[in-house]
Design a protein around this ligand. Structure first.
Ligand SMILES: Cc1ncc(COP(=O)(O)O)c(C=O)c1O
Length: 379
């Protein structure tokens, strides 16, 4: 029998009626102006996102996949190796392949869901052009400064796939700013969204210049039809920029909403319920894109998720990620062997419901559901 308890959805995309009104008004202005892409709202979105991260430049594009591929093309990875984590979204690796490079998979530090410096040292070869670090779930490993220093000492670049990490910081430094450039996604499930969209942040003037060229079909300039790079249509439209701008302007509230729920989970999940939250690395302020817990040995994740839904109306989201990259049919040829940390991180995690407008009552309902699951032997 289905639970009669109130619904706790896995996530929610929050646009208040005021947000909707604000967006509609500006999209009308865009339509009236006739400047529907690469216009003033896009530029404002770039300026304000750069300010959020502390980066010198931001370049808006039409997806987080686009921002990754542009950064990689700008660094000319064709024919070169790029270190990427096995525990990440498909696009982290597919963008390397799109740019003509070869992704070399790295194992996962289960404690942070990220890559350790030791693992980078193990996988680096003379063919390595650079390192892509991914801040899974919006958590930044405390090793980031050491990883940046190591990349520098080896004369290779460090870039970040910060798709999950808007607003996440380590010792006050924003995700995406530890290396040469950082890539963000504004896909609807993210902490802030522009419906579809992405952003590159960088302090590097050459990266800015290259990104402008690549995102607009590789053209020498907006008004010129001569193509000097193998670019693509990676432009962000003005309506998308307007939507992103609204979420960005209310970003502190979006972040605070998630952090309030994370505090409830942190206080309640102390180990007795069999669950172990990913501990926040020292100095890190995560954005709680996901709240990840590790399940005890032998726990059947699918059964637990079904039980929480049926008995408590608590719906957990998909994992980040259910399987590592090399377990996907099209990427299995990338398996370098010995990715046991990634297998464990993917196989044992559970993502609890979390979103900006989630109420404290919903947070407590999730905790009660987990406690009941423990009592009933489902956990
Ligand atoms: C880690 C990671 N990288 C890249 C992407 C690609 O972003 P998008 O969906 O905006 O292309 C995503 C997202 O969805 C992601 O989670």
């Amino acid at each position: 029998m289905a639970s009669s308890r109130p619904l706790v959805p896995p996530t929610r995309i929050d646009f208040t009626p005021e947000d909707q009104e604000w967006i509609a008004q500006r999209i009308k202005e865009v339509l009236a102006s006739g400047r529907l892409t690469l216009g003033a709202f896009g530029e404002q979105f770039e300026r304000e996102f750069a300010a959020l991260t502390g980066a010198k430049h931001a370049i808006a594009v039409n997806s987080g996949t686009a921002s990754l591929e542009i950064m990689l093309r700008a660094m000319d990875v064709a024919g070169k190796d790029v270190l990427v984590p096995a525990n990440t979204f498909f696009a982290t690796a597919s963008a390397v392949i799109g740019a003509g490079g070869r992704p070399v998979l790295m194992d996962t530090d289960v404690a942070t869901l990220s890559t350790s410096l030791a693992e980078i040292e193990r996988r680096i070869t003379p063919a390595t052009a650079g390192i892509m670090i991914v801040h899974i779930a919006g958590i930044i490993t405390a090793e980031m400064p050491a990883i940046a220093a190591y990349a520098k000492s080896k004369g290779i670049w460090l870039m970040e796939d910060a798709a999950h990490a808007q607003g996440a910081t380590l010792d006050g430094k924003h995700a995406g700013t530890f290396g040469l450039a950082g890539s963000f996604s504004f896909y609807p499930t993210k902490v802030m969204t522009s419906a579809e969209g992405g952003m590159i942040v960088t302090d590097d003037d050459r990266m800015l210049e290259e990104a402008h060229i690549y995102r607009d079909q590789g053209k020498a300039s907006f008004l010129q039809n001569t193509h000097i790079r193998m670019g693509y249509n990676w432009r962000m439209s003005e309506p998308h920029a307007v939507i992103g701008l609204r979420h960005l302007q209310g970003f502190a509230g979006l972040l605070a909403g998630r952090r309030k729920i994370a505090r409830i989970y942190d206080a309640a999940l102390t180990g007795e319920n069999g669950l172990r939250p990913i501990a926040t690395p020292k100095g890190c302020a995560p954005n709680y894109y996901k709240y990840v817990v590790m399940l005890p040995d032998g726990c059947d994740r699918a059964r637990l998720k079904g039980w929480l839904k049926e008995h408590h109306n608590v719906h957990c989201s998909g994992e980040v990620y259910e399987v590592p990259l090399h377990r996907n049919e099209v990427l299995k040829h990338l398996d370098p062997g010995d990715l046991t940390g990634a297998e464990t991180a993917c196989g044992r995690q559970l993502c609890l419901p979390i979103f900006a407008s989630m109420t404290e009552a919903q947070g407590h309902q999730v905790v009660e559901a987990l406690t009941d699951a423990k009592t009933k032997g489902v956990l």
